[in-house]
Design a binder for this molecule. Sequence first.
Ligand SMILES: Nc1nc2c(c(=O)[nH]1)N[C@H]1C(S)=C(S)[C@@H](COP(=O)(O)OP(=O)(O)OC[C@H]3O[C@@H](n4cnc5c(=O)[nH]c(N)nc54)[C@H](O)[C@@H]3O)O[C@H]1N2
Ligand SMILES: Nc1nc2c(c(=O)[nH]1)N[C@H]1C(S)=C(S)[C@@H](COP(=O)(O)OP(=O)(O)OC[C@H]3O[C@@H](n4cnc5c(=O)[nH]c(N)nc54)[C@H](O)[C@@H]3O)O[C@H]1N2
Ligand code: SF4
Ligand SMILES: [Mo]
Length: 754
Amino acid sequence: MIKLPTTAATLTDRVRSAIRNWHGPLTRELLREPGRFGLGQLPASRTPDATTTMICGYCSTGCGLNIHLKDNKAINLTPTTEYPVNLGMACPKGWEALNVLNADDRATTPLLRDSASNGKLRPTDWHTALTTFTDRFKAIQHKHGPASVAFLSTGQIVSEEMALLGALAKFGMGIVHGDGNTRQCMATAVTAYKQSFGFDAPPYTYADFEQSDVIVLTGANPCIAHPIMWERICRNQRSPRIVVIDPRRTETAVAAEAMAGEHLPLRPKSDLTLFYGLANLLIEADALDHDYIREHTTDFDAFAKHVADYSLDRVANETGLPAQQLRALAELIGSGKRVSFWWTMGVNQSHEGTRVAQAIINLALMTGNLGKPGTGANSITGQCNAMGSRLFSNTTSLLGGHAFTNAEHREKVAMALDIPVDRIPSEDSLAYPEIIEAIDKEQIKGLWVIATNPAHSWIGQRDFKRIIDKLDFLVVQDMYRSAETAQHADLVLPAAAWGEKDGTFINSERRIGLVKKVAEAPGQALADFWIFKLIAQYWGCGEMFAQWESPEHVFQLLKRVTADQPCDITGIADYRMIDECNGIQWPFAKGADLSSERRLFEDGRFYHADSRARFIFERGRPMPEPVNEAYPFVLLTGRGSSSQWHTQTRTSKSSVLRKLYPQRVYVEMHPADVRRLGIEAGEQVSVASRRGALQAIAFVTPTVQRGQVFVPMHDAQTNRLTDPVFDPYSRQPAYKACAVSVRRVAHWERQAIE
Ligand SMILES: Nc1nc2c(c(=O)[nH]1)N[C@H]1C(S)=C(S)[C@@H](COP(=O)(O)OP(=O)(O)OC[C@H]3O[C@@H](n4cnc5c(=O)[nH]c(N)nc54)[C@H](O)[C@@H]3O)O[C@H]1N2
Ligand SMILES: Nc1nc2c(c(=O)[nH]1)N[C@H]1C(S)=C(S)[C@@H](COP(=O)(O)OP(=O)(O)OC[C@H]3O[C@@H](n4cnc5c(=O)[nH]c(N)nc54)[C@H](O)[C@@H]3O)O[C@H]1N2
Ligand code: SF4
Ligand SMILES: [Mo]
C-alpha cells in the first residue's frame, strides 16, 4: 500500500505565509475566499490514485479504515485488515463515514443572526464573522469580567485542535470556564480513576477481550455501541463466561446468553448494592488475593467492614436478583483466573456513578485482577477522541493530565509551551452543569460551543432552552448548519469534518491514531484548527501560538507537555511513526519497547505518592426520582442502534444508515404493562415526566422489565423528559433513570412522529 505523506499540512505555503504575516494584503482575501487559497486542497500525494489509512471518526473503538483515493480524493473505504484494533472489521457507521460529508445542510459559510431584519441567520464572510466574534466576546468580558465568557467543547475533534482551543481560550482569551461533552460521558470514570489510581488511566489493551476467562460487562451494550469491541470478545478462544449486568435484556445480553453467558437484570441504579454484596461474598469465601491487597492497596480493612452490612438477603432484595445468581457470580469471579470488568454509561450516567465505578475497581483490586492479561477494571470510552479530551482539552485538567491548581504543573506546562506562566489560570473550571447554572444566574453571558449539540443532548431540555436564551452571545462551531444548537446561535462558524483535516485521536485502549485530510471541506468551511488560529489573530494573541503552526507542530508541543507524566508520549517521533506502527498506545516514553503490549499496572505500582491503589466506598443514596402512582415507570435512555450516532446530525445523512434503524420514535415497553394500560403494539403513546412529554410508538418487547421503559437518545425530544441530577463527585448527568408515565393518546392529540 502506498502511504500519503502524513506530514503534508492542510494548507498551501501561500496560505501559511498569509496567516503568519497577518497584516499582509493576502489575509483579507484569504478570509473572504479561502477556497481560492487552497484551503480546500488536498495534500499532494505521490500518486493521486492511492490508498491511505486513518481512524474512524465515530466511536472510541478507533477502527482503522483504508481510504481509497482517485485523483487524490476519497472515493470509498474499507476496514484495514492489519490494524490491530479492528482486524478488517467495521460497523455500518464506519462503512458509511464518507457519505455523510456531502450533505446539503453542511455549513458552508459563517452565519450571523441579522438583528436588523427578522433575526434570521444569514451568510456572512469570515472577516465579519471573526470581527463580530472578537468584538462581542471582548465587550462582554469588559463589562462582566473575563469569566463571563465560557466554552463547551467535545470528544470529537483531534487532540491538536482540542489543545489549541483550550490554550487559546484559557491562556490567550482569559476564559476561565470551559468544559465539554465528555462531562456527559466519561467524567465519572475520570474521577473514579483519579481517586482510586492517582491518574485518569484506563488500564487495558483490547487483547484483554480475547484473553479473559470471565468478562463482566456492566451498563454496557457493546453489540450496539462498540460493535467491533464485541467482535473482539467473540474472538476469545478460551470459552469465556460473559456476564451482562443491565436492567434491559440488551442485544449484548442476548448474545452473551447464546454463548453460555449470563444476564443479570438488576433494578436500575442498584449497582452499588450489587457490587458491595459481591465484595462481601468474596470476603466471606476468602476468595481474595491477600498478597496483592497487602502490597499494592490501602484501606482494604475499612472497606471489608463497610461491605459486611451487605448481606445476601439485603442485596437480593434491593437488586431484585435471586440469591443463587448472586452467589454464582461471586464464585465465578472468585475462581476465575483472568477476570476483566468493563463498564460504560449504565455506570457513568448515574447519581452515584463514581462510587459504582470504584466498587468495580475494588472488586478487581481485591481479587488481584489488574495488570495481567485478560484482567482489569476497564472503563470503555465513548467518542472517537474522548481519551484525547481527557488529556489535552484543558478543561478538567491542565494539558497533559496536569492540575491547574498545582503551581509546579503550571510552571512545567508554561515552560514546555513557551508561554508566560501567569497566563495559566490557577483555578479549576466550573463543570458543565455549573456553567449552565452560571448562565441562568446571568454570570456567564457569552458561550462558544464547539462540536457538540447540547440543545439535543443536554439533560433536562426545558431548563436548558430557557437558560441558553438568556445569553447575550452564543457562537456555535459545527459542520452542519441544521444542528439544533446552531439554530439558537447568534453566530455559526462552519467547520470542516473528520476526513477533511489532519490530527490524532486516542481510542479506548489509549492508542493514538491518525486522521487525515482525504476530502475537501465544502464552501468556506475551515478545519477547527484554522478557525482557532484565525480567532487567535483577531483576538490579538496570535503571537502566543506562533509555534502552533500545524496539527503536527502541535503534536510535538503536546509530547513535551507529557514528559514524566503517566501519559508520557515523548518516545513517539512524529505522525509518520504513528502511521507506520499502526497507532501507538500511551505511555510511550523515550526508549519504550514498541513490540510490548501496553497494559498498565503490570508492576502493581499506581500513581498515588505511595504507589498504592485505594479502596474507596460510601453508603448508597436513594434514586433521585423514585416512581410513584402518577409516574409509575422508570425511564432508561441510551443508544438505539449501531447505525445511529448521538444527535443524528451525521448518521441521518446516509441513505444506507437510514434504512438500518427505525424511522419513528419508539418507546420499548413490557407486554404486561401495555396489556394493563390497554395499549396496542405500534400504537402512539405519550411518555411524560414532571418536566415534559413526547409522543412515540409503543414497541412491545420483553427485553425491558415490567415498570421500566426505554427511549433511545437519538431523538431531540428524549431529553425533555430527563431529570437534571448529577453525580456529586464527577458532576456527570444521570441520564439513565427518571420517573415517567405512559398513556394512549387520543386521535385528536396525535402529533406526527418522525
Ligand atoms: N451506535 C452508536 N454507538 C455509540 C454511540 C452512539 O451514539 N451510537 N455513542 C458512543 C458514546 S459517546 C458512548 S458514551 C457509548 C455508550 O455506550 P453504552 O454505555 O454501551 O450505551 P448506552 O446505551 O448509553 O448504555 C448502556 C446500557 O446501560 C444500561 N443501564 C441503564 N441504567 C442502568 C443501571 O442502573 N445499571 C446498569 N448496570 N445498566 C444500566 C442501559 O439499559 C444500556 O443498555 O457508545 C458509543 N458508541
Ligand atoms: N438521554 C440521553 N442523553 C444523552 C446520553 C444518553 O445516554 N441519554 N448520552 C450522552 C453522551 S454519552 C454523549 S457523549 C452526548 C453526545 O452529545 P453531543 O456531543 O451533543 O452529540 P453529537 O451528535 O455527537 O454532537 C456533535 C456535534 O458536533 C458536530 N461535529 C461533528 N464533527 C465536527 C467537527 O469536526 N468539528 C465541528 N466543529 N463540529 C463537528 C456534529 O454535527 C454535531 O452537531 O450525549 C449525551 N446525551
Ligand atoms: S466500531 Fe466505532 S470506530 Fe469501529 S467502525 Fe464502528 S463507529 Fe467506527
Ligand atoms: Mo458519550
